[in-house]
Design a protein around this ligand. Sequence first.
Ligand code: DQA
Length: 148
Amino acid sequence: MPRVLVLNGPNLGRLGSREPDVYGSQDLAALRTLLAAEAGDDVEVEVRQTDDEAELIHWLHEAVDAATPVILNPAAFTHYSYGLRDAAALVTKAGIPLVEVHISNPHAREEFRHRSVISGIATGVIAGFGFDSYVLALDAVRRATPTG
Ligand code: DQA
C-alpha cells in the first residue's frame, strides 16, 4: 500500500491546548483519525511530530530513501531553517511530492511568519484551512503520485 508521511514540527504536539483561537481545539490524535478516515484503504498515512530539527531532517532523508511523499508542517522552522529546506529539497529534487501545509494562514499573521524558506522548494503550499489544510494536501499528493 502506498504510504504518505505527515511530518509536523515544533510545538504542534501541543495542538488542542496551544492558542486554540489560532489552531483550533483538536489535537494531533484527532488529526491522525481525520487523515486515516480520508485515506481509506488505498493509502497508509503516518503522522509524526517532533520538536527536534535534526529528527525532522532525518525523517526527510527517510522519505527520500523510501520514495515516500511528504506532507510537511514545518511550524516555526518554516521561517528560518535552511537545514530543513535543504533536506526538503532532497525530496522534491528526487521527484517525490512534498506539500507544505499550515493550519493558520501565516500571511495574515505577524510579519516574521510571512517568509517561508521551505515554499521555494516545495511542490506546493496549502495554508489557512485548519486541519483541512492536511486533507487538501493529502488529495494533492494523491493526484501528484501515479500510484496514489
Ligand atoms: C504553523 C504556522 C507557523 O508560523 C507557526 O510557527 C506554527 C504553526 C501553522 O500550522 O499555522 O507553529 O505552521
